[in-house]
Design a protein around this ligand. Structure first.
Ligand SMILES: [Zn+2]
Ligand SMILES: [Zn+2]
Length: 154
């Protein structure tokens, strides 16, 4: 649990850093992403006028399969812009775990790619084109095909 003891928070801010076990992420075992390390966080907690402000960063690494070439790769997710405001409370402790967990989840890309310019698999022979070229005749890429379709419409 990532938590803050309210009485320790000052206006100058309290720095907290640590690592939580990956189980706090509640990721299903059959998910597209499997945690390979814990959830690391580094945050500043400060008392402001009417609340408690939490800012900082969190990161975590996952094992995943590339959507493009299907190879396994390490997916590193970082959120450097954590920012949460909590109302002043009578409780002596605030639990930040759920919010930091969401900060990681919202940073996941829609497409999981092993690298930005992943070449993917050949549609024809299935060769992983990141590893080597295949000898299939060159296929037109999608954009070119659309361009030609547009010309036809004109
Ligand atoms: Zn790939
Ligand atoms: Zn091929």
């Amino acid at each position: 649990m990532i938590s803050v003891i309210v009485s320790r928070v000052t206006e100058d801010g309290l720095f907290i850093e640590g690592e939580e076990p990956s189980s706090v992420m509640n990721i299903e075992p059959e998910s597209r992403i499997i945690p390979i390390r814990g959830l690391y966080y580094k945050i500043k907690v400060a008392m402001i006028n009417n609340g408690i402000l939490v800012t900082g960063s969190a990161h975590m690494s996952f094992k995943s399969l590339c959507d493009n070439c299907l190879a396994e790769f390490e997916l590193k997710i970082a959120n450097e812009n954590i920012c949460h405001l909590y109302e002043k409370t009578d409780a002596c402790e605030i639990d930040l775990t759920e919010d930091v967990r969401e900060d990681i989840l919202i940073s996941l890309p829609h497409r999981l790619l092993c690298k930005k310019n992943c070449k993917g698999l050949c549609f024809n022979c299935g060769q992983n084109l990141n590893l080597k070229k295949c000898s299939c005749p060159k296929q037109k890429n999608k954009d070119l095909v659309w361009e030609e379709l547009n010309k036809l419409k004109l």
